[in-house]
Design a protein around this ligand. Structure first.
Ligand code: ATP
Ligand code: MG
Length: 562
């Protein structure tokens, strides 16, 4: 299951087997898919799975995939969401063949409804929403037929026309499919296919005051658009009989085929637009693109590469069974990608000043260091070195515990790519805290190796105090402490599962000078501390870096224990 796929091609899976079968039997002679989000929020990691499946399946079979924004509900439409969806899909690396809307098919839906009425397969019902619910029955009890079920086709046509003309109020009448009130599938108990909503629509304006329900619009949009395989998540499995019923009854010549797959669930993560919206509205996060959010906008700002996300859903696999994927796998994919793409740099997050006693005053020398040891062909960057440096406060211990190989009085360590230094003295503040280390260096160890093959056990990172840049660094932890943060119980409040330490802001970090030229979105490996991406909050005076992910991979451990 965790085999790594080649990038961009989702491994063969049960969906492809079904499609192969359709092509073999001649049910279809080509393949077309669509990704159909509702523009009521930003896309999240779960959508990456649906997007990847739809686009790569079309590509595999030489077909196309459209983006179709499901705007059947006029209330929820929002331009901000539409734009973010388009941007996110492109950023992920996919280009929709066409950008369409569910509302593009309102005319066909209307004509189809009229056809159903004429065939005696749909009727106008006067029951209220509450009554319809009551009449529907339960899984154990059959439903009861509406008293309006036997209206004649003529009467229904006239009433439906008057619904359209705005003669009735919201909720006063609905159009229902006439299927089977005793069906074991509640979706087949005369579902509503049209409702009155006297609300103008973002795209169709006030042309309509009746709107098709999703379950009616969706199969018709698929078919009218030429979609052959309508790939969706498992919660739509119970809707498939209705999907098929609609296309059969409107006598569509080449009805699309719906195939369901399991949703992507990720532990410690919310994958629901509604709940993500709540996080934004309650001010728990700074916005949809807060780097702690599992939205594409958030993950992009955090510094997750698009390729890592695609690899992640490919590695997690496509199946029909419910599962929860470990967050560690996502981080593993991010590291895997950044290890090859992220230039290396040094940054000291919690600086402690070091003065090299025997290094000449006013001298600066330079070291040429590989930009990325995984890709030597990228060449080198230049680091400066002088008498004063910064190292990480945690790399010094006055009384070292057993197994501590970094700096302590009398101990020698390697400054990565530079020299060996030995600590002579810790200078202290009045309160006993260490303010500075006085060290010596061994000029014979230039480049980080001693000529007499003397070994040091510790290698630490550093920056030149006289040539570095102050920065703010934001360290993130998971947003939730509960494995399944989405509390679905009555009055469930997922905010009680929030991690109070999901963001730690470090001010006064010291960056290697090469980082001054970086742009928002540029991602680096800061030696020993993790991968960091320059945030859009950066100014030329004050760069801000987000920690994308730490260097330690817990995934290998998770896999071993599995
Ligand atoms: P949400 O509950 O977050 O609003 P949704 O299913 O309502 O999600 P849509 O915008 O309707 O979101 O989804 C567009 C497509 O993405 C649908 O085909 C849906 O099945 C799919 N999708 C949504 N969430 C996931 C997920 N977690 N894993 C895989 N596919 C998903
Ligand atoms: Mg939805």
């Amino acid at each position: 299951m965790f085999k790594k796929m080649t990038d961009g091609e989702i491994g063969s899976n049960f969906i492809h087997e079904l499609i192969d079968e359709d092509l073999r039997t001649g049910a279809f002679n080509h393949v077309q898919t669509r990704f159909p989000p509702e523009p009521n929020g930003y896309l999240h990691i779960g959508h990456v799975k649906a997007i990847t499946i739809n686009f790569t399946t079309a590509r595999k079979y030489g077909g196309v995939c459209n983006l179709r924004l499901d705007d059947t509900n006029p209330v929820k439409e929002d331009d901000e969401y539409v734009n973010s969806i388009i941007e996110d899909i492109r950023w992920l690396g996919f280009e929709p063949n066409r950008i369409l809307y569910g509302s593009d098919y309102f005319d066909i839906c209307y004509e189809s409804a009229v056809m159903l009425i004429k065939k005696g397969k749909a009727y106008v019902c006067d029951l209220s929403a509450e009554e319809i619910r009551e009449y529907r029955g339960t899984l154990k009890e059959p439903g009861r037929e509406s008293p309006y079920r036997s209206r004649s086709a003529e009467e229904n046509l006239e009433l439906f026309e008057r619904m359209r003309a705005g003669e009735f109020e919201n909720g006063q009448k609905t159009l229902r499919a006439k299927i089977d009130m005793s069906s074991g599938n509640l979706n087949m108990r005369d579902p509503i296919i049209y409702r009155i909503m006297k609300i103008p629509h973002a795209r169709t304006g006030d042309k309509w005051c009746i709107y098709p329900m999703y379950d009616f619009n969706h199969p018709i949009s698929d078919a009218a658009e030429g979609v052959t395989h309508s790939l969706c998540t498992l919660e739509f499995e119970d809707h498939r009989p209705l999907y098929d019923w609609v296309l059969r009854e409107i006598e569509w010549p080449a009805p699309s085929r719906q195939i369901e797959f399991a949703r992507l669930n990720l532990n410690y993560t919310l994958t629901s637009k509604r709940k993500c919206l709540a996080l934004v509205q309650k001010g728990i996060v700074s916005g949809w693109d807060d780097p702690r959010m599992a939205t594409l906008a958030g993950m992009r700002r955090r510094g997750y590469p698009a390729r890592a996300l695609r690899n992640f859903v490919e590695t997690a696999g496509v199946s029909k069974t419910y599962s929860v994927v470990d967050f560690a796998l996502l981080e593993h994919c991010v590291r895997d990608e950044l290890n090859f793409t992220a230039p290396r740099a040094m940054a000291v997050l919690d600086p402690l000043k070091v003065t090299i006693e025997n290094y000449p005053e006013n001298k600066t020398e330079y070291f040429d260091v590989l930009i990325n040891p995984e890709k030597p062909e990228l060449g080198t960057r230049r680091m400066s070195f002088s008498k004063q440096l910064y190292i990480e406060r945690a790399d010094f211990m006055e009384e070292p515990v057993k197994g501590y190989f970094r700096l302590s009085p009398g101990a020698e360590v390697r400054l990565k790519s530079a020299y060996f230094i030995t600590c002579k003295e810790a200078v202290k503040n009045g309160d006993g805290s260490v303010s500075e280390l006085i060290c010596t260096y061994d000029p014979e160890t230039r480049g980080g190796d001693s000529k007499d093959k003397r070994k040091v056990k510790g290698t630490i990172h550093w920056v030149d105090l006289n040539n570095c840049k102050d920065a703010e660094v934001r360290l993130y932890d998971r947003l939730f402490i509960a494995e399944n943060p989405s509390d679905e119980t009555e009055n469930g409040d997922f905010t009680k599962n929030l991690n109070p330490d999901s963001l730690r802001t470090v001010r006064g970090a010291k960056l290697e000078s090469c980082l001054s030229e970086s742009l928002p979105g540029d991602t680096f490996q800061f030696l020993r501390t993790g991968y960091f991406s320059k945030d859009s909050d950066s100014t030329s005076d004050k760069p801000v870096f987000n920690r994308v992910v730490s260097l330690k991979d817990s995934w290998e451990k998770v896999k071993k224990n599995a």
